[in-house]
Structures are given as structure tokens and as C-alpha cells.
Design a protein around this ligand. Structure first.
Ligand SMILES: Cc1cc2nc3c(=O)[nH]c(=O)nc-3n(C[C@H](O)[C@H](O)[C@H](O)COP(=O)(O)OP(=O)(O)OC[C@H]3O[C@@H](n4cnc5c(N)ncnc54)[C@H](O)[C@@H]3O)c2cc1C
Length: 449
């Protein structure tokens, strides 16, 4: 479910990042962001067309029609502020001064929302408890926390951009995004990429980051060092625990690792999917299971071949289904026990999918299951985590770290930094980090400002 591929405004950061290296991807617009299948037969589709979505939701909750519009319109207010300005480093004073000078009202709007979470704003407009559970799900499905812990800035982006730039699927699969970026970086001579180069530690000299050491012992030095690993991997693994700055310890008191996922890729016969099936589905049978990690929690489904049939052989579809899971439930097992645990979890997911796709189980011709251990191993993420989540209700995004760290010349980027998870959000973090480093190296003028 890819945000950031819009053609207009400033929040289309994937389009903009690729354009910077002379690349553009062909994308396929997704007419429905999510087809929800929720408790009490709350079946709602989030249409790309804003009015159609608001109308459908209000049709289910007619007594809340005004509140629904007021809530989502307030999200638009946040989005319109973001979409008016270049999204660069909020920790670079000259950039901040310039955007404030160019867009004073938008900046003041964002300052107002920066410490707020969605829950408080939803409750301001909406009373119906079931509808508030729906808003929880609207947040959970990308922030992996309910509305009361989800920052309003991120929600403003997600709940509006899906109707503005829309959800767009890169033809050929999401892997095309990284491939295009890598191709552009090398073709333009902006950088060099080294694959299969696992960093085992950040090199420090006199407290300053000066390079990295790879698993094969090679050392690479640089003027500035950027870690795209999670904060738990950066501080405590790539840097020894005793070098973990005090600010990082405070951060760990406020955020925790979100669970990982059990991910299942299925190859299915096309006849298992009814005509008119949408690409993305979310399934939950009981609200109390929203965050459950045993296979009964929120079940996410993507069927990319509905948008791009070229990804599978004729007459077949790819079904990617995943649900929250924790690494502890897949550890300390023999290989046979591990396989059995994955099979059992996947079996629960397939049984649940039968509710929306009757006969799916019998149509499966290929199945590959990845556990939180798989996420940990192949993505290099502590416990396979999806990313940091607030461990308590926090003041919106105010406590999310930016790119600089207390270690001189060491920066962090990606979903452990402002503004959090999701491809468009980490692209924002990348733009911000690049800008901050350019400022620190005195190169801003080369970037055209
Ligand atoms: C199942 C699932 C579905 C998702 N669906 C969506 C979606 O539909 N839309 C969306 O926008 N987002 C989605 N996300 C979230 C999105 O994938 C992440 O937020 C995003 O990829 C985070 O980017 P990142 O660069 O911060 O981290 P990563 O994507 O984890 O990238 C970090 C990179 O650093 C490398 N690395 C780590 N440690 C080292 C080391 N020591 N040495 C060398 N390299 C290292 C890793 O190999 C990796 O390539 C999904 C996530 C999951 C798990």
C-alpha cells in the first residue's frame, strides 16, 4: 500500500526522491485503499474518492455524519499545512526560518498539531464507541497502535494523501522502488552502493563517528556516518551499550519495539477470488483482538496481482497475508517445532481468510511463511520489529528523535526517527537527514537554496 507516488504537492516524497536521481516509475492507481471486514459486519471501503468514502461511512453511522466529516476534515487541515511546504530537516534553523517566512499559517497549524494524538481529536467530533473503534483500526493498520497513541501529524498525512496523491502500486512490484533509486544513484554518480556488506560496528575516535567496520573486517571511513538500522540495533549493537547516550535511554523509556509479523505469501488459483475483489483487505472478528499476536489479531491482506497481473502466471494470484506476531513465540524450538509453529499460525490465518474468500484454502498452490525470526534475520531488525511504538500516551510526535545523535558525526535515519514508519515517512526522514548533513558540511547552496 504505497503512499508518496502522487504527482502534485510536496508530500509525494517517493516521486520526488526518484526524480532527484532522474528516475520515474510507472504506477497503477488503486481505487480502494482498504476493504475493511470488521466486527459486527462493519464492512467499509476506503475509496480513493474522499466523498465516496465519507458517504459510505456516514451511511453506516448516520447519527455521526457531521462528526465523521469534521474529523476527517481536520485531518485535511494538517495535510494541507504539510503539503504547502518543502519537507526537509526540522532541526536545521535556516530551513525552519525560510519555511516559516514563506508559509507562516501552515507552520503555525503544524505546531498546533505536533503534540496531539488522533484519539483526542476523534473524541472531540465522535461519540459512537463502534465508530471510535473504527478510527482505532484506521490508525492501527499503519501505526500499529490505537488512535490515542497515534500522532495527529502522521494521521493527517495518511488519512488525506490516500485521497489526494492516492495509493499507487509500482508496476512490476514494490522492489522496483529500491531498484530505481539504486540505479539512479549510481547512474548520476551521486554515490556507490555495496551489497552484501553487513556493518558490525560504528567506528569511534575520541567520541566521534569516523566510519564503519563490515562483517569481513574491512573498514570504511567517512566524514559523516548514517545508520538506517533500528535504534535498538544502532545503540547497543553497532555501538557498544556503554556508548549509548543518556538521551537514548530516555527514549527507550517512552518507546518500545512493536511486535513483528507472521507473513504468508500464497500462490492461489484465480477462481478463489470473487469478481470485483479489491487489492487490500483488513480483517478482524473481535475488537478486543485488535493487537493480538497469536494469529487472532488484525489480519492484513494484499493481492497485488489484482492491480498488476504480470506478477503471477496466468490464472493465478499472489495473496500476501500477515498478522502481528512476536519473536518469543518462535524461539527455543527444534527445526521441526519451528516449522510446525509457522504452519499452525499460517493455518489460522488461512481459516480466517475463508470468511472473505470461501474456498481459498483449497485453491492454494504455493505457500511460503516467514516468522518474526525471518524478519529479524533478513531485514536485520531487532526482534523483527515493525518499528518503535509509544509505550504510553505521548505528546504526538514531539518526542520522536530527529536525525542528529549526541555522538558527533553520527546520524540516524528511517523509521526509528521522525516521523516514523511507512515508505513515505522514511523518505521524509531521508530528505531531512540529507538536508541536515548538507547543512553541517556547508553544502546547502549546492542543493539550490
Ligand atoms: C509486513 C510489512 C508490511 C508493510 N507494508 C507497508 C506498506 O504497505 N506501505 C508502507 O508504506 N510501509 C509498509 N511497511 C513499513 C515499511 O516497510 C517500513 O516502515 C520501512 O521499510 C522502513 O524503512 P527503513 O529504511 O527505516 O528500514 P528498513 O526497510 O528495515 O531498511 C533498513 C535497511 O538497512 C539494512 N541494514 C540493517 N542493519 C544493517 C547492518 N548492520 N549492515 C548493513 N545493512 C543493514 C537492512 O538490510 C535494510 O535494507 C510494512 C512493513 C512490514 C513489516
Amino acid at each position: 500500500m504505497i503512499f508518496g507516488f502522487g504527482e502534485k504537492g510536496t508530500t509525494n516524497l517517493l516521486t520526488r526522491a526518484l526524480a532527484l536521481v532522474g528516475e520515474k516509475l510507472e504506477t497503477i492507481p488503486d481505487p480502494v485503499q482498504i476493504d475493511y471486514h470488521l466486527p459486527n459486519a462493519l464492512d467499509v471501503q476506503v475509496h480513493r474518492d474522499y466523498e465516496k468514502f465519507i458517504g459510505e461511512l456516514a451511511g453506516r453511522f448516520p447519527h455521526e455524519a457531521a462528526g465523521i466529516r469534521a474529523f476527517y476534515d481536520e485531518c485535511w487541515a494538517v495535510f494541507n499545512c504539510l503539503n504547502a511546504m518543502d519537507l526537509l530537516s526540522l532541526e536545521e534553523p535556516r530551513y525552519l526560518a525560510r519555511v516559516f517566512f514563506e508559509h507562516p499559517l501552515a507552520c503555525l497549524g503544524l505546531v498546533k498539531y505536533l503534540p496531539l494524538n488522533v484519539g483526542g481529536i476523534a473524541r472531540k467530533h465522535i461519540r459512537d464507541e463502534e465508530l471510535l473503534r473504527f478510527i482505532d483500526m484506521e490508525c492501527y493498520c499503519w501505526s500499529v497502535v490505537p488512535a490515542e497513541k497515534t500522532p495527529m501529524i502522521n494521521a493527517g498525512m495518511v488519512f488525506s494523501d490516500r485521497h489526494y496523491g492516492g495509493i499507487n502500486y509500482p508496476r512490476g512490484g514494490v522492489g522496483k522502488i529500491a531498484a530505481a533509486l539504486a540505479r539512479g544513484i549510481e547512474r548520476t554518480g551521486l554515490g556507490r552502493l555495496r551489497y552484501r556488506s553487513r556493518v558490525t560496528r560504528v567506528l569511534l575516535e575520541g567520541g566521534t563517528a569516523v566510519g564503519v567496520e563490515l562483517a569481513d573486517g574491512r573498514q570504511i571511513r567517512g566524514k559523516r556516518i548514517v545508520s538506517n538500522a533500528t535504534r535498538w540495533d544502532t545503540f547497543g549493537k553497532l555501538l557498544p551499550e556503554e556508548r549509548t547516550p543518556i538521551t537514548e535511554k530516555w527514549w527507550r523509556g517512552r518507546y518500545e519495539k512493536s511486535p513483528s509479523f507472521l507473513s504468508m505469501h500464497l500462490g492461489v488459483r484465480a477462481d478463489a477470488l470473487p469478481a470485483g475483489t479489491e487489492c487490500h483487505h483488513i480483517l478482524l472478528e473481535e475488537w478486543s483482538r485488535l493487537e493480538a499476536t497469536d494469529g487472532t489479531g488484525t489480519l492484513f491482506v494484499s493481492i497485488p496481482t489484482l492491480l498488476d497481473p504480470s506478477l503471477a502466471p496466468p490464472g493465478r494470484h499472489i495473496v500476501h497475508a500477515f498478522a502481528p506476531a512476536v519473536v518469543e513465540d518462535f524461539q527455543k524450538m527444534s527445526p521441526a517445532e519451528y516449522e510446525a509453529a509457522k504452519e499452525a499460525f499460517a493455518g489460522r490465518l488461512i481459516a480466517r481468510l475463508e470468511r472473505i474468500f470461501p474456498g481459498l484454502g483449497a485453491a492454494v498452490e504455493f505457500k511460503e511463511v516467514g516468522s518474526p525470526r525471518t524478519h529479524r534475520r533478513y531485514l536485520g531488525r531487532a526482534d523483527g520489529t515493525y518499528g518503535p511504538i509509544p509505550s504510553k500516551v505521548l505528546p504526538g510526535l514531539l518526542t520522536m528523535p530527529f536525525n542528529r545523535t549526541p555522538i558527533r558525526n553520527l546520524y540516524t535515519v528511517g523509521d526509528s526517527t521522525f516521523p516514523g514508519q511507512g515508505l513515505n515517512a522514511v523518505a521524509f526522514s531521508g530528505f531531512a537527514c540529507g538536508w541536515r548533513i548538507a547543512a553541517d558540511l556547508g553544502k546547502i547552496s549546492l542543493l539550490g537554496r
